[in-house]
Design a protein around this ligand. Structure first.
Ligand SMILES: [Zn+2]
Length: 169
């Protein structure tokens, strides 16, 4: 989609709406992007969040970054329960995302949003990360296999019943 010049990532379509994708490889621990926005005292951030503001990133017990502006490309980084990047606090204070492992070109860059955010906004049955999709697919496959097994059992019982009835005649 929109290429960001001289950067190692692009914004593109992901399973969770827009996402940030690597265009070049990242080494483990390599800096990816800074979470940019104005600094707000936590109390003010709470008020704005209660009114529907998204992209608030609480840095510490005093400060939150309001990352809602479009030019904060880090806001496009989606949640994953198996993330390839993580948030690190830097002096400023500020937040940067760094690679947790090697990231290949075309991989979506993801971070773990944390337990509170997950419980409040995402939840296990709605998370669109790769890990959760695999888990749900596996559960679905197991449910289908169980239904098939039950159907085969019914069929076999019916056949046995018929065979028994034939023998009686
Ligand atoms: Zn997940």
């Amino acid at each position: 989609m929109h290429a960001v010049p001289n950067r190692k990532y692009r914004i593109g379509r992901s399973s969770a709406g827009l996402g940030l994708f690597a265009t070049k490889p990242f080494r483990k621990r390599e800096y990816i992007v800074t979470y940019r926005g104005r600094l707000l005292p936590n109390a003010e951030a709470d008020r704005l969040e209660a009114r529907g503001s998204r992209y608030m990133f609480e840095i510490n017990t005093h400060w939150t970054i309001d990352g809602s502006k479009r030019w904060n490309v880090a806001r496009y980084v989606n949640h994953s329960c198996r993330p390839n990047a993580e948030a690190i606090e830097r002096r400023g204070p500020s937040i940067v995302y760094v690679a947790r492992r090697r990231i290949k070109p075309e991989e979506e860059i993801t971070v773990d949003y944390g337990k509170d955010y997950f419980a409040a906004f995402i939840t296990k049955s709605h998370c669109r990360c790769v890990k959760c999709k695999e888990r749900r697919a596996e559960q679905q496959a197991m449910r289908r296999a169980k239904i098939k097994r039950a159907a085969r059992k019914r069929l076999r019982l019916r056949r046995e019943k018929r065979a028994a009835a034939k023998r009686k005649r």
